[in-house]
Design a protein around this ligand. Structure first.
Ligand code: ZN
Length: 138
């Protein structure tokens, strides 16, 4: 079931494209796998108003980006930090994260933690989001 969810987002990515009037953007590459993610974010106050990504690569990297855009859209940067940290813990094999409802569909990636090389794929979009949030704080 989880594998199907990842394939669904890979085949029909959500929020893919270019964002007009983005406030910040970041590009991330994963040369080990050939994954690319370009992320654009628009903020309203302290919240993620909208975001889009473009890119190419393996199903895990692209599905992770697609699901990420869905879950962080409309959230405050503090909430985004919380989800991002929890997702990292999931990727490190934290079993409590695997049953954390806050992660929603991101729990589909829980099996990826067994494959360290693929963890980099799953975290690529989140690292791009990290860069955007850090640049905004400066
Ligand atoms: Zn990959």
């Amino acid at each position: 079931m989880y594998q199907e969810m990842i394939l669904d987002h890979y085949r029909r990515p959500r929020n893919k494209g270019t964002l007009e009037n983005a406030d910040a953007s970041a590009e991330m590459r994963n040369p080990l796998c050939g994954d690319e993610i370009d992320l654009q974010v628009k903020f309203t106050g302290d919240s993620v108003d909208d975001l889009r990504f473009s890119g190419r690569g393996c199903s895990i990297s692209q599905a992770s980006a697609s699901m990420m855009t869905q879950i962080v859209k409309g959230k405050s940067t503090a909430e985004v930090d919380d989800i991002r940290n929890r997702f990292r813990e999931l990727m490190l094999g934290d079993q409590t994260a695997a049953s954390d409802a806050r992660l929603g569909s991101l729990r589909a990636f829980s099996g990826v933690s067994r494959f360290p090389a693929r963890v980099k794929c799953a975290l690529l979009a989140w690292n791009a989001l990290d860069t955007v949030l850090v640049s905004r704080r400066d």
